[in-house]
Design a protein around this ligand. Structure first.
Ligand code: HEM
Length: 247
């Protein structure tokens, strides 16, 4: 039987968080277009960033693609194209574990850097701190899901959590499926929803920045001022407008 609490947790909270996600992005774009950035901190520190950032970003990209497949594609479809349960299981645990591991190690380096490098820490807002905390909890609970669902126990999330998740978007609600799921799956789903609600108010908006080549572009390069490089001695007195550039 579906209780009121189940309805609140698995219907009301998800829709409220997704609504904040959508309206929040619209609001942020309208009112803070020039603050739509990850606020690069490469200027302050680059040794840790060089390792942490690619590990985290490629890891999370693989995790995202895994979620598109695991949550978005019904089990009957993968079966119809000949992917057996055993093959799916090996793929999900193998690729998922490597991707999850890279994400966690990358995130640990980035959070360590943010906490220990003074100027990077000073450039971290209160909202960012909350977001990093929730992000870390979501990711660790995700890894716990892989362990609870596949290694220490067995829970076929493609017949439970995935059906519920798709139902939220298709308006075909299944709160009972989440009420029956193991605790780590429930906690992961709920904290992920909370992360979606925080998303538009943090540096995470950079995920939706064009150009799409963000992952492959070099870091923003900051250069010193021309005169500090010694290229041109500052002149005394007045120059005619534009005179400096005509030479
Ligand atoms: C409501 C949204 C979400 C649902 C329903 C969900 C569901 C799941 C499920 C069922 C698993 C187990 C996969 C397996 O064992 O093969 C999992 C794993 C995982 N999830 Fe999520 N997830 C959601 C959002 C997120 C978000 C937003 C993040 C990160 C920001 C995330 C990060 C992870 C990680 C790191 C794993 C470990 C396994 C892997 O590497 O794929 N999840 N999630």
């Amino acid at each position: 039987m579906t209780t009121t609490l189940d309805l609140v947790l698995w219907v009301v909270v998800p829709y409220a968080c997704l609504a904040v996600f959508a309206v929040g992005h619209y609001w942020r774009y309208r009112y803070d277009k020039f603050g739509w950035t990850t606020l690069s901190s490469q200027l302050y520190e680059s040794r840790l960033l060089r390792w942490g950032s690619p590990l985290f970003h490629f890891g999370i990209l693989a995790v995202f693609l895994g979620h598109v497949m695991g949550l978005g594609i019904p089990k009957s479809w993968t079966a119809a194209v000949g992917v057996s349960e055993a093959l799916y299981h090996v793929m999900a645990v193998g690729v998922g574990a490597v991707a999850g591991f890279c994400t966690v190690v990358g995130m640990a380096i980035l959070i360590y850097r943010r906490r220990t490098v003074g100027p990077v820490f000073s450039a971290t807002t209160r909202m960012d701190k909350l977001m990093y905390l929730v992000l870390a909890i979501v990711i660790l609970l995700g890894l716990a899901n892989t362990v609870v669902g596949n290694i220490v126990g067995h829970y076929d999330y493609r017949e439970g959590v995935s059906v519920w998740f798709r139902g939220v978007f298709l308006f075909d609600l299944h709160p009972a499926l989440m009420a029956e799921a193991p605790f780590t799956f429930q906690a992961h789903g709920l904290t992920a929803m909370l992360l979606f609600a925080l998303w538009p108010f943090t540096r995470l908006v950079h995920v939706f920045s064009v150009p799409v080549g963000y992952l492959w572009r070099p870091y923003i390069v900051y250069r010193s001022r021309e005169d500090r490089l010694g290229g041109q001695a500052p002149r005394r007195g007045w120059d005619r407008v534009g005179a400096r550039y005509r030479r």
